[in-house]
Ligand binder design. Sequence first.
Ligand code: FE
Length: 183
Amino acid sequence: MSVSDEVVALFDARGAEAYFGESVSTLEHMLQAAHFAELEGAAASLVVAALLHDVGHLIQNAPDDITEWRTDAHHEVVGGRWLAKRFSAEVSDPVRLHVPAKRYLCATDDSYFTRLSPASVMTLKLQGGPMNSDEIATFEREPRWREAVSLRRWDDAGKIAGLKTRSLESYRSLLEATAAARR
Ligand code: FE
């Protein structure tokens, strides 16, 4: 099975589900994140990272209702691992770091927290709240922390009901080319 077939199959199975606490589906949310990455002229690897940043949600079972979450499911770790087997670290690292990036932004950008959606505020607590100064220093030693912060902003932006984007099918060749670049 090709990488693009795997991705399309995962979205077919789970992508229509509502994106946790938001007014878009998981598929729409991930297409929108990729859309905003492309608008900013992001590198191909980072567009793929944006498109697949929540793949961890698609490959694991989480309760439908966000308020039922007792512990954080660490979808960024699950997703980062899945991506690392198929793509270079330029794709998997920003995904692995996209939840820490939220905690980072909450600690370093005053205007960021006030713009978070109610659902995102709720998960922040489960994710450990804003970073402390030691955590900030550790995060900034990650080789791709800046890319993770960019990805996080596209993730947060990708919650617009009815926004027109490219189709998932239209990303097949980009997915294959980016996966081939790893080998
Ligand atoms: Fe997301």
